[in-house]
Design a binder for this molecule. Structure first.
Ligand code: HAM
Length: 417
């Protein structure tokens, strides 16, 4: 064969050695979310294109450039989901969840698709754990959600995580502020870098991220959106902060935090792990009080976040926190003629709830011991002629003879002394 198939650009296979850490992330997320009253929901991997166009926002990069859109055989335009929030809000409306006690708390996990330029930590198919609380505008919802996400990252042991927190207020306050910022930038145009100057109309907020010295001086004195929030929005944000402070959460107030989706109002936040470099965002979210209405429902507030499973797995890997697994299970070692007895013993051990394995590649005894070590077995059981069995502790090297008919019992005893 002259040509080999490869996984499509921007996608990757998860091989068995990388699965445990991903499963751990999902399990820890699930436990924390269910402890906080979130119920699991699954929505389709594709939806009407219009749902994302309206939900995520026509002007966003996601909708403009990154959607995997296709036509089905009936000529309908469908899109592989680039995120979960629009789908979950659609499901909330479709199933009349506004009739349930509010807020309705939902979480999901699965693959999402964005046609982005691939690089380390940025893929065209990626995995998110997503949580949404729909139907309450209480600032406690925002705080609770942030705390739960933070607790998940803490329990996983992700290090050097920074939480950035801001508020975007209402769309009206935001757009009035952007006009004011544009006017301010124009009034000091001469001091700005060319790059910032050229983007005053398109994205004046970018100026806050500039390294250029003159621009920085201008931005130090620039008005911020936080100073321009409506009274109700400012109060809401204060209450979110108070609840977070009360829980001892540490965050950086970021008056210029912007997110890549259009639906946000009021609270926005991002979790970053600096060590990951360019793609440092390991999770993010915020409040979206106008989204359900945008999708044709009654005015309904909502708040949510998504954690990036792939990036969290990379961080844990870099921090050496995903490989330290305790030795576990039993490896049964035997001469060639004892293979059938070994399989019978392995089956017995497995039925007793233990992880157990045997050699399936005709290795000699020495090779089998090496294999037992390689697979990380905690014990080896060596069956030898004459119906004898030796139990070896793979960490200490300690060995003792056991009655072959009582191996399961002996190991059970060792596991729960
Ligand atoms: P997002 O910030 O677009 O928010 O994505 C959340 C997380 O998903 C990011 O912080 C990142 O870890 C991961 N992620 C996003 N794109 C990629 C990619 N191409 N490759 C790898 N990881 C990626 C949302 O998706 C919102 N729906 C979150 C939300 C829920 N807001 C309210 N509710």
């Amino acid at each position: 064969m002259s040509e080999h198939f490869k996984a499509p650009r921007g996608t990757f296979d998860v091989l068995p050695d990388r699965e445990p850490v991903r499963r751990l992330i999902a399990n820890v997320a699930q436990r924390n979310l269910e402890a906080a009253g979130y119920g699991q929901i699954e929505t389709p991997a594709f939806e009407d294109t219009e749902l994302f166009a309206r939900g995520v926002g026509e002007s966003t990069d996601i909708v403009q450039k990154q959607m995997f859109t296709f036509e089905d055989q009936g000529g309908r335009s469908l899109t592989l989901r680039p995120e979960a929030t629009a789908s979950i809000c659609r499901a909330y409306l479709e199933h009349g969840m506004q009739k349930q006690a509010q807020p309705v708390k939902l979480w999901t996990e699965g693959p999402f698709f964005r046609h982005e330029r691939p690089q380390a930590g940025r893929y065209r198919q990626f995995t998110q754990v997503d949580a949404e609380a729909i139907g309450s505008d209480s600032p406690l919802v925002d705080a609770e959600m942030i705390i739960v996400a933070n607790d998940i990252l803490i329990e996983l042991g992700v290090e050097e995580v920074r939480l950035r927190l801001g508020s975007l207020g209402t769309p009206a306050a935001r757009s009035a502020y952007l006009d004011e910022l544009r006017r301010y930038l124009r009034s000091r145009e001469g001091e700005l870098s060319d790059e910032v100057k050229n983007r005053i109309d398109v994205n004046p907020l970018r100026a806050f991220d500039a390294d250029h010295e003159g621009t920085r001086r201008v931005m130090d004195e620039a008005p911020t959106l936080l100073e321009r929030l409506d009274e109700a929005d400012a109060e809401h944000f204060d209450a979110v902060r108070q609840a977070l402070d009360r829980s001892g959460l540490v965050y950086d107030l970021d008056p210029t935090l912007v997110r890549g989706l259009d639906y946000y109002t009021r609270t926005v936040f991002e979790f970053e792990c600096e060590q990951l470099g360019a793609q440092s965002g390991i999770g993010g979210g915020g409040r979206y009080d106008g989204l359900i209405e945008q999708l044709g429902g009654p005015p309904t507030p909502g708040c949510g976040w998504a954690l990036g499973v792939d990036r969290i797995a990379i961080a844990l890997n870099q921090q050496g926190r995903d490989g330290v697994r305790a030795r576990e299970g039993v490896f049964v070692v035997t001469e060639a003629e004892g293979r059938a007895a070994a399989l019978a013993l392995v089956t017995e051990l497995r039925r007793a709830g233990l992880t157990a394995d045997l050699d399936l590649a005709d290795r000699v005894i020495k090779g089998q011991m090496r294999q037992a070590d390689r697979v990380g077995a905690r014990y080896a059981v060596i069956l030898s002629g004459g119906g004898r069995a030796t139990l070896r502790d793979m960490s200490s090297g300690e060995e003792r003879e056991v009655d072959p008919s009582r191996v399961v019992e002996e190991i059970g005893k060792l596991r729960s002394p």
